[in-house]
Design a protein around this ligand. Structure first.
Ligand code: ATP
Length: 283
């Protein structure tokens, strides 16, 4: 038996860093939504008690450092599974991009193993297990549109944004979340208006959403990598209605209602930046 599981990328409609905790994590409030740029995960049973990973990527390890491996290991340990699994990852999401690529692979492995080994474990239990692997894994177990609180482990589902197009632009650099979070000075942080974004989602109000999307980490990543700020300026200048850096970057996205306008901005950004995608929201 083979299980196929889609692992969609996410964008942050908001990322609000509230405070630093004693355990060195930060308390955050993040509104995230899934987009139709996805990795594909294939799971096959192995008789031996082994976890194997195949993937073709220069940037992602195929051993126990892979978040998909960690997810399978956590699942096997928690539910006492003595069989093994072969995991094939068809990687389409750019790595270290702020799009949650590793977390969504881990979440897809948890959902997929639940089917492969017929466990019928509820999503909230998988999400709890996921949060021990990485801060965004709990959200990725559910996908769609949700707000994550705590260090990312407390998830509340939200209504989806109004339908629109998204242009993603990623410069040819990877950004480590850990490095960006280590640069935070809590007193100086910008705080997005989460309540206004929640209202915009509830009312399906596209322009209100575009006016309030915000990310506490933008100034920190911009200071370290000015090219990310340049991409934001170019996308704004090109006419996207809302423009924001996702996660700790470096991917910047623009929200656009009309397909023709989105295509024009996509083509314009391709002359400016190495990796550009035109996708839709699926959250
Ligand atoms: P984060 O905010 O956690 O950094 P991101 O979306 O910016 O997330 P990822 O693509 O998840 O970045 O990659 C972050 C790191 O995780 C990279 O160093 C990568 O090698 C490692 N990694 C481990 N497993 C995976 C995986 N399955 N897919 C992508 N990256 C992975």
């Amino acid at each position: 038996m083979t299980i196929l599981e889609k692992a969609p990328a996410k964008i942050n409609l908001s990322l609000n860093v509230l405070s630093k905790r004693d355990d060195d994590y930060h308390d955050v409030e993040m509104i995230m939504t899934s987009i139709d740029l996805a990795d594909r995960i294939e799971l096959e049973r192995l008789q031996d008690d082994r976890i194997e990973i195949s993937l073709e990527s220069r940037y992602v390890p195929n051993d126990e450092r892979n978040l998909a491996y960690k997810a399978a290991k956590a699942f096997k340990t928690k539910y006492g599974i003595t069989e093994g699994v072969h995991i094939t990852i068809d990687k389409n999401i750019p790595v270290s991009a702020g799009l949650g690529g590793g977390s969504t692979d881990a979440a897809a492995v948890l959902r997929g193993l639940n089917k492969l080994w017929s466990k019928d474990i509820p999503l909230n239990e998988l999400a709890e297990l996921g949060s021990s692997i990485g801060a965004d894994v709990a959200y990725c177990v559910y996908g769609n549109t949700a707000i994550a609180r705590g260090f990312g482990e407390k998830i509340e589902k939200l209504s989806s944004p109004p339908p629109c197009w998204i242009i993603l632009a990623k410069p040819d650099i990877g950004v480590s979340s850990r490095t960006i979070f280590s640069q935070i000075n809590v007193e100086e942080l910008f705080h997005p208006d989460t309540a206004a974004i929640l209202e915009a989602l509830e009312d399906k109000n596209f322009s209100k959403l575009c006016n309030h999307i915000g990310n506490s980490l933008e100034p920190i990543t911009f200071a370290m990598h000015p090219e990310v700020q340049h991409i934001k300026e170019a996308m704004t200048h090109a006419g996207a209605a809302g423009v924001l850096m996702s996660g700790s970057g470096p991917t910047v996205y623009g929200l656009v209602e009309q397909q023709s306008k989105a295509t024009r901005i996509y083509n314009g950004m391709r002359g400016f930046c190495e990796e550009v995608y035109l996708v839709r929201l699926i959250g």
